[in-house]
Design a protein around this ligand. Structure first.
Ligand code: ATP
Ligand code: XMP
Ligand code: GLN
Ligand code: MG
Length: 525
């Protein structure tokens, strides 16, 4: 069996928002990569044994004395090193060059001129500079500081009028630096540049493919689980569905899934989950109808955090109860994915920017006897989706929007009631249906309706209507940490609004949420 981790790239994090994106891009090329904190030790690097190292960007300034540095050994191990933005600046400084702050910040589109071709920037250009005949590249910049003098035998390989050292290379040592960000799509040739580094300069082979990852994980799961049984909370969401398909393939009948209908699911969701897994795939799924249990525990509770806790605890109680009914269950499977792990680590060490601590990484009860099976722990969401397709899950399931565990519970503001949930389910279904019909569903990252427990006056067929308000929310985002509200066409919003008010009795008004994250969050609670 191929060792899919045999070739890999190490990415050192200096706190940039884009570090994860670099790791994803490297993996898209077909090579495994991991993000580690910048203060990794030499022993840890040797243990990881990468083909090359990328120094990523960061918010701090190399010109400050106590700002982060790469371990000096990075430049002494004979490995190729690629510094991006802050990574290039610290490389320049650490090897004896100079970095200076400038008053002008350069943020956004820029055009660099290729002054000298090299192994990193070769055979690519977006335009030609008519004066010099040299190639030009459209890139994306985000910096205040810049390298003022290159160290050692580096040569300047690209420049812009405002940034005379936009890229540098010391080919003999295989050291490269770029001031722009190749990992963002606005840098048109960015992926080619990363390919040149990963495949060409580092000589890594493409071993990281969906089929290979599945084969590898099946082997690991079989070894870990032996002849024991595994319990999986199946939500019908992307992550737990892919885990279900993977474990079913690895251990067949030793897997039991528990799908909890908490009364806070989307329209027809329960039946869809049962249909896909139990009927078509032959996975053992226990459906627990727990609507009454959830709703009665939520009765009278208005506080968002308290509601989340009640929902979370009720899930755990149900999993406990179900696992005690099955003989020989030693393992609990979870759909933990790589961003959960990175973000939680950041939260723990306090080094990079803390986003949130995921309950499934740090928040499990200490007394828990079940051991964890987490086959997606190394994967990004887009990789999880590719695995899902490879495992034969329906496209619509794999590419659906994420749906939070507390479900409609956090989309009904304040107290949760069954008739509110019923109205919301209908409104949400209309919105999602029209998004599909108009081709907008896959252009948004997440979209849903929210129930506002305030009454508003309307007029329907000459009659007064005094009913509830529905808010529509649709966002575009890559990582769900920041998001822009989706600029849906007015005609689409009009249609959705008309249908919701006309088809649902309890709604008199529809609004569209035009808040981005930050400062708003995606969910309303
Ligand atoms: N209704 C449910 N029944 C059983 N397990 C659930 C349910 N809702 C959530 N879970 C469990 O909680 C985990 C976390 O939920 P989360 O929404 O983050 O992931 P997901 O539903 O698998 O995927 P997605 O992020 O695409 O919605 C799930 O992987 C699943 O194990
Ligand atoms: O499984 C989950 N359990 C939760 O408690 C939870 N809260 C928010 N979300 C999802 O996380 C993303 C970011 O949401 P926010 O901007 O509201 O924090 C969005 O995709 C939200 O849907 C959750 N998912
Ligand atoms: N995006 C970055 O890595 C920025 C690096 C550094 N903070 C600067 O302003 O130049
Ligand atoms: Mg979910």
């Amino acid at each position: 069996m191929t060792d899919i981790h045999a070739h890999k790239i190490l990415i050192l994090d200096f706190g940039s928002q884009y570090t994860q994106l670099i790791a994803r891009r490297v993996r898209e090329i077909g090579v495994y990569s991991e993000v580690r904190a910048f203060d990794i030790t030499e022993a840890e690097i040797r243990d990881y044994n990468p083909n090359g190292i990328i120094l990523a960007g960061g918010p701090e300034s190399v010109t400050e004395l106590d700002s982060p540095r790469a371990p000096q050994c990075v430049f002494e191990m004979g490995l190729p090193v690629f510094g991006i933005c802050y990574g290039m600046q610290t490389m320049a400084e650490q090897l004896g060059g100079a970095v200076e702050g400038s008053k002008v910040q350069e943020f956004g589109y820029a055009q660099i001129r290729i002054d000298a071709e090299n192994a990193l920037i070769k055979d690519i250009k977006d335009h030609v500079d008519h004066e010099t005949g040299k190639g030009l590249l459209d890139v994306w910049m985000s910096h205040g500081d810049k390298v003022a003098r290159v160290p050692g035998e580096f040569t300047v390989t690209a420049s812009t009028p405002s940034c005379p050292i936009a890229a540098m290379a010391w080919e003999e040592k295989q050291f490269y630096g770029v001031q722009f960000h190749p990992e963002v799509t606005h840098t048109l040739q960015g992926q080619r540049i990363l390919e040149h580094f990963v495949l060409g300069i580092c000589g890594a082979e493409r071993l990281w493919t969906p089929a290979q990852i599945i084969e590898d994980q099946i082997g690991r799961v079989r070894e870990q689980v032996g002849d024991r049984h595994v319990l999986l909370g199946l939500s019908g969401g992307v992550d737990s569905s892919v885990v279900a398909a993977l474990l079913h393939k690895a251990i067949g009948d030793q897997l039991t899934c528990v799908f909890v209908d908490n009364g806070l699911l989307r329209k027809n969701e329960g039946d869809q989950v049962m249909e896909t897994f139990a009927k078509h795939m032959g996975v053992k799924v226990i459906r627990v109808d727990a609507e009454d249990q959830f709703l009665s525990r939520l009765k009278g509770e208005n506080d968002p955090e308290a509601k989340r806790k009640i929902i979370g605890n009720t899930f755990i109680d149900i999993f406990d109860e179900e696992s005690s009914k099955i003989e020989g269950v030693d393992f609990l499977a979870q759909g933990t994915i790589y961003p959960d792990v990175i973000e939680s680590a950041a939260a723990k060490t306090g080094k990079a920017h803390v986003i949130k601590s995921h309950h499934n990484v740090g928040g499990l009860p200490e007394t828990m006897k079940l051991k964890l099976v987490e086959p997606l722990r190394e994967l990004f969401k887009d990789e999880v989706r590719k695995l899902g397709v490879e495992l034969g899950l329906p496209y619509d399931m794999v590419y659906r929007h994420p749906f939070p565990g507390p479900g409609l519970g956090v989309r009904i503001l304040g107290e949760v009631k069954k008739d509110y949930a019923d109205i919301l389910r209908e409104a949400d279904a209309i919105f999602i249906e029209e998004l599909h019909n108009s081709g907008w569903y896959h252009k948004t990252s997440q979209a849903f309706a929210v129930f506002l427990p305030v009454k508003s006056v309307g007029v329907v067929g000459d009659a007064r209507r005094y009913e509830w308000v529905i808010a529509l929310r649709a966002v575009e985002t890559i990582d769900f940490m920041t998001a822009r509200w989706a600029h849906l066409p007015y005609e689409l919003l009009e249609k959705v609004s008309n249908r919701i008010i006309n088809e649902i009795n309890g709604v008199s008004r529809v609004t569209y949420d035009v808040s981005s994250k930050p400062p708003a969050t995606i969910e309303w609670e």
